[in-house]
Design a protein around this ligand. Sequence first.
Ligand code: FAD
Ligand code: NAD
Length: 396
Amino acid sequence: MGIPKILILGAGYGGLMTAVRLEKILNYNEAEVTLVNKHEYHYFTTWLHEPAAGTKDPDKCRVGLDQILDMNKTQFIKGTVTSIDKEAQKVTLENGEDLSYDYLVIGLGSEPETFGIEGLRNHAFSISNINAVREIREHIEYNFARYNQEKSSDLVTIVVGGAGFTGVEFVGELTDRIPELCKEFDVDPSVVKIYSVEAAPTVLPGFDPELVNYAMEVLTRKGVTFKINTPIKECTPEGVVLADGEAIKSNTVVWTGGVRGNAIIEQAGFETMRGRVKVDEFLHAPGHDNVFVVGDGALIINEEINRPYPPTAQIAIQQGNNLGDNIVATIRGAKLTPFKPSLKGTVASLGKGEAIGLVGSKKIFGTTAAIMKKVVDNRSLFLIGGLSLVMKKAKL
Ligand code: FAD
Ligand code: NAD
């Protein structure tokens, strides 16, 4: 029998952190580790609202995997996973290549949850990866460029569907970018409209009401029009239709209405809720001691409130770390350590110099929160790529 083969799918926060941890603790020739990812880089999903709005260069939000991993220890395959056959212990890539495994780590992240809303898939953008955000930025710029010739207000009306953290962070960035765009393309700022549409009675549903009010005040002052308690019912080439019948004409609809686990997991026959697998305390997929799920694809329950933990990078990184240890423990026949999230808090940006956050039970606002947001972002760089990644990409 050869050495065990560990196959990791996805180099996001969960998958990459697992690979980083394995590199640190596996002995020479103890296992063969292969990482498959669509791109030869890792992108910082948590920063993507910035390049989407055009306030940051997309290149600043990614790093080559060869700069994080030791390619002598981790074999990297650039490829797109199309299916997982858990019975045959085999993964198939888009180019037809089959990869076998003894241990499988599924870290394929999430995809937009459209709730079956008509037209969203075809007519709305989503903030989901580097290529997707490049498209959003270019599209907005092109529409501003067209405005003076065509004078249609749809070209400078942006609708953001869903005011969870992604939607709120994105509109915050947009409000910073619009003055620049207006200057560059000679557009009168008063014709530009940014709508944040939310189905729930409040933006950031479930978050601290005082912080929510603060966020709404800041963003309203910066030019955002909120439409709350009004779900988007349909998305068309002309814009969106809300549940109350109102139609907002817009050439740019960005859907930030939530996420579900990567469809590949469901297609592989795992039982899922919103595409996420309810894993056990060691991140095993039920009934499969050699298949683990990390990050947005893994559903774990917060027993204190009997609800799933939200899919976050914070938890994905912690899971990757724990999983690296547990895979090695499995190989060595040692005791596994149950995964328990250690939540540090939530900080959300509202654009340059403004943010809100809950750190432990302490509420933070404005500049303090904006500084804390940079600390949080830089901390995740450190956890993934150590000081050298912080030196290359840190937010100052
Ligand atoms: P990801 O980081 O999304 O990585 C998935 C990887 O799998 C990617 O590299 C992708 O290319 C690869 N992949 C996908 N499909 C395939 C395939 N078929 N074949 C091969 N490779 C594939 N969370 C926080 O904790 N704090 C924040 O401040 C925060 N801010 C956010 C801001 C935005 C704009 C967004 C969109 C999310 C934010 N989140 C935040 C949530 C966080 O980004 C996710 O929970 C986290 O990225 C999940 O990590 P993951 O490893 O599961 O997936
Ligand atoms: P989400 O599920 O948190 O928010 C989606 C929002 O869209 C909800 O408020 C929901 O009510 C709304 N919505 C759903 N259907 C709608 C409809 N038809 N019309 C209008 N609104 C509708 O999703 P997200 O914001 O993409 O966040 C995904 C995950 O990433 C979450 O776990 C979040 O905590 C995390 N995240 C964290 C941060 C941060 O910590 N700073 C930033 C971004 C994302």
